[in-house]
Write a protein that binds this ligand. Structure first.
Ligand SMILES: Nc1nc2c(ncn2[C@@H]2O[C@H](COP(=O)(O)OP(=O)(O)OP(=O)(O)O)[C@@H](O)[C@H]2O)c(=O)[nH]1
Ligand SMILES: [Mg+2]
Length: 403
């Protein structure tokens, strides 16, 4: 039972990120060090050594759970059965650390004993608390032995079964994104940072920091029992100012070669968070939404949140989380469901919007109805929704590893 809310305190959905096993603990440490506000962090591992990195006073806000009853704090030795037993043996400690969050983001390297074995158990415990559970399965690097990949495939399926929605972050793709020349540590940090942006986007969307927030019940409706999901991130960088930064960021997210976005064509729902500077204009945000709607079915429910942050200047970022994907439409091998792209574009900023309210609602109408003229080859400008807004020249999107 959730405690009764105090009417004097504005209610805010609570998000907890749970890192399981060595990879999960590292992700949580990165989230902490990036200063993500409004998100509770929990690190769970069967290895004392792994959790020790979060023992400093600087990390006091991170809750740690050592699954020691079965392992003596020595790790699960790559044995997923041991990882599962360890989590079951310490389930009370896990439940106590979880509390009663609204949304749990659970991250684990599923090739590991703890990550692979304990994460489905912890996901099930999190669901017992009433939380919406989104699992993120980190897949092994290409250089890791085949048996690790096989173990990861089995554990990924178990994690998927235990979560409302699940997605994959493939370390092989992280290396591609980071570039071959970058060190292993650099590739790991790229993966961790992609996850940070996804969590941050979700936190902004349901938190009270945005210009337009999305209700938790609406987010619940999209994520509950949603199955396979994907996250795409796009950015239009400040140093290359664009007339349409949000739309260009959306294009970057959708066209990133790092993610197989074909599944979006079958998506049942999309959570979209658009973040831009204070000058972010309504037509630009609407164009970003319209561009997305050209890629999803007419029946897809798109929820849009918008946050204007002074620090973003003329740049924009989008985070989209597509759910209910048809698994046959996305590759099942060597895939990542998290992508990020950066768009290079030039031009001038449009004037600030007068009102946000009408253009950015939850919508289920056919995509073509909303697509701006520029995205619909056979529709004349007089039929478009932005007749009096000059159409910027098309800028080819360039994708870079790290924006
Ligand atoms: N992205 C990312 N992946 C990692 C990181 N550390 C490990 N991995 C991946 O996660 C897999 C599992 O490794 P760990 O998380 O260390 O394993 P564990 O869950 O602690 O399992 P045991 O040590 O057997 O208990 C590895 O095979 C790597 O592919 C990290 O810091 N970031
Ligand atoms: Mg370990």
């Amino acid at each position: 039972m959730k405690s009764h809310p105090n009417p004097d305190v504005p209610a805010r959905p609570t998000i907890t990120v749970v890192g399981v096993g060595g990879a999960g603990v590292n992700s949580v440490a990165h989230l902490h060090d990036s200063g993500l506000p409004g998100v509770t962090l929990v690190a769970i591992d069967s290895s004392n050594q792994s959790l020790a990195r979060l023992s400093t006073s600087r990390h006091a806000s991170v809750q740690r759970v050592l699954l020691a009853s079965r392992t003596r704090g020595l790790g699960a030795g790559r044995d997923a059965v041991m990882g599962a037993l360890a989590a079951r043996a310490d389930s009370d400690a896990i439940l106590a650390a979880l509390g009663q969050p609204d949304i749990v983001f659970l991250v684990a390297g599923v090739a590991g004993g703890t990550g692979g074995g304990a994460s489905p158990v912890i996901a099930a415990l999190a669901k017992e608390t009433g939380a919406l559970v989104v699992g993120c399965a980190v897949l092994p690097f290409g250089f890791e032995p085949p048996r690790r990949h096989e173990a990861a495939a089995v554990a990924r399926a178990a994690l998927a079964e235990a979560c409302d929605a699940w997605l994959v972050l493939d370390n092989r793709k992280a290396v591609d994104v980071a570039g071959k020349a970058i060190g292993l540590d650099g590739a790991l940090r790229v993966a961790d940072d992609v996850l940070r942006q996804a969590v941050q986007g979700l936190a902004e969307m349901v938190g009270d920091q945005g210009t337009i927030d999305v209700d938790l019940p609406a987010v619940r409706a999209v994520l509950t029992g949603a199955g396979r999901a994907c996250v795409a991130l796009g950015a239009c960088c400040r140093r290359r100012s664009s007339a349409w930064p949000a739309r260009d960021a959306m294009r970057a997210a959708l066209e990133s070669p790092l993610c197989d976005m074909r599944g979006l064509a079958h998506a049942k729902g999309v959570l979209l968070q658009i973040s831009g500077g204070v000058g972010l204009c309504i037509d630009d945000a609407a164009a970003a939404v319209a561009l997305l709607e050209t890629r999803v079915p007419a029946t897809c429910r798109v929820l849009v949140g918008v946050a204007c942050r002074e620090g973003l200047g003329g740049s924009a970022q989008v985070m989209l989380l597509g759910t209910g994907l048809c698994t046959s439409a996305v590759s099942t091998e060597a895939d990542t469901d998290i992508a990020r792209g950066a768009s290079a574009a030039s031009g001038t900023m449009l004037p600030a919007p007068l009102s946000w309210s009408s253009a950015l609602d939850s919508r289920t109408r056919p995509a073509a109805e909303h697509a701006p003229a520029a995205e619909r080859p056979n529709v004349g400008r007089s039929e478009g929704r932005r007749d009096n807004v000059p159409e910027p020249a098309h800028h080819g999107a360039a994708f870079r590893a790290v924006s």
